[in-house]
Design a binder for this molecule. Structure first.
Ligand SMILES: NC(=O)c1ccc[n+]([C@@H]2O[C@H](COP(=O)([O-])OP(=O)(O)OC[C@H]3O[C@@H](n4cnc5c(N)ncnc54)[C@H](OP(=O)(O)O)[C@@H]3O)[C@@H](O)[C@H]2O)c1
Length: 367
């Protein structure tokens, strides 16, 4: 018996269904999630499909695509599938850099998505997404967000995780995809790594199946340079020669979406961008994108630390970030193939990310 390699569209659209052959074409049947089902294909070959989690929207029959060995929904009638009540994936942090991309990608995959935010109405979210008000730090605000939810993308509001999971468990949650940090896996974790590692431990000790997504530095962090670049074309900071492998939030989201749709419980995915780039490199790439030279001006570490703390960063986090940069001077950053391995496409380059945000870096027009 051969296990079929199911494509994401099937996984996402045909979950909690088994496939059975009682005629020439296999018919979907609801079953317990997590197992496998079998059917005879049109050529009387026994095939196996992983038991899926969500109902097929509008189409009931599956056909074996043959050479591609993926099953595809091809119309027909559902059997044993109750009408309505499809499962919804809850996205916390859905108004943020990563979460907004998760919302978009889940909707594109045909999923139903609920976003919980403290400020509905203040964010532009896709109309297809359900938006509810809730604050992760206040579990009493979460019943509407958690109703009927089995999976969540969890933004790490550190002190709120245990309470959220208790409420989630009672509501029937059965898979948590946690946004963590690559720093949780560093040999010397520092303050940021410790916070994220503790968050992972809280999730793991809840007993709920989990997946941890550990991204390296976000490309979006460099939007902090936008006012300096737009204003005068000079970025001031410390350790310009420090190399990172910054990752596009679209790629972090794609990894999280993979974890949700494939229910990859027990996996930890460390995610980097595809290139090792110093701050000088990144500033140059931005300059190329906006068609204007941009340069990096080195400032003393203490000056930069003071600015970070003034902007609200906890002092230990500022120290850790600066120590991290200091350690990365002259050392190329490691790049990992996680995005390509999980999604089948290469990760976005820094130049591709910049091209999306060119307007933010473009020179300010003064009248
Ligand atoms: N930046 C990096 O280089 C980096 C690297 C590794 C890991 N990380 C992790 O990624 C996180 C940042 O992700 P991001 O850039 O996608 O976030 P972001 O753009 O800063 O957005 C924060 C999100 O969290 C939500 N949120 C915050 N507190 C909440 C609460 N009490 N209740 C409900 N929602 C709450 C916000 O929702 P509303 O405001 O709509 O309520 C918003 O959607 C960091 O905190 C860190 O844990 C970052």
């Amino acid at each position: 018996m051969q296990k079929l390699k199911t494509g994401r569209s099937v996984i996402s659209r045909a979950r909690r269904c088994l496939v059975r052959s009682d005629s020439s074409s296999p018919v979907l049947h609801r079953e317990t999630p997590g197992g496998t089902g079998t059917f005879l294909d049109a050529n009387e070959r026994m095939q196996t499909i992983v038991c899926c989690q969500r109902p097929v929207a509008g189409a009931g029959r599956l056909t074996d695509s043959g050479a591609g060995r993926a099953l595809v929904a091809s119309g027909g009638k559902m059997t044993d599938e109750p009408e309505g009540d499809p499962t919804v994936i809850l996205v916390t942090g859905g108004t943020g850099n990563v979460g907004a991309n998760i919302v978009r990608q889940l909707l594109d995959a045909g999923e139903q998505v609920r976003v919980v935010t403290r400020a509905p109405g203040e964010h532009s979210l896709p109309g297809e997404a359900e938006v509810v008000r809730g604050d992760l730090s206040r579990p009493e605000t979460l019943p509407a967000a958690l109703a009927g939810i089995e999976q969540v993308f969890l933004f790490p509001v550190f002190d709120a995780i245990a309470g959220f999971l208790r409420a989630g468990r009672q509501a029937g949650l059965r898979h948590v995809v946690l946004l963590s940090s690559a720093a949780a896996g560093f040999p010397s974790r520092g303050w940021i790594g410790e916070q994220h590692l503790r968050a992972e431990q809280v999730v793991a000790s809840s007993g709920l199946p989990w997946t941890f997504v550990r991204p390296d530095a976000f490309m979006t962090n460099d939007l902090a340079w936008a006012p300096q670049i737009a204003g005068g074309g000079v970025v001031r900071g410390a350790y310009g020669e420090a190399a990172l492998a910054p990752v596009d939030p679209r790629d972090i989201a794609a990894v999280a979406v993979h974890a949700l749709l494939e229910e990859r419980a027990g996996e930890t995915y460390t995610v980097t961008g595809p290139q090792s780039l110093t701050q000088l490199d990144r500033v140059r790439i931005i300059g190329e994108a906006i068609g204007r030279p941009v340069r990096f001006e080195e400032l003393p570490r203490d000056t930069v630390r003071q600015q970070m703390v003034q902007h609200g960063m906890p002092a230990p986090a500022a120290d850790e970030l600066l120590d991290g940069l200091a350690a990365r001077v002259g050392e190329p950053a490691a790049t990992l193939p996680t995005v390509e391995e999980l999604t089948g496409r290469r990760a976005f380059t820094y130049a591709e990310w910049v091209s999306l945000h060119r307007a933010a870096f473009a020179p300010t027009v003064t009248s």
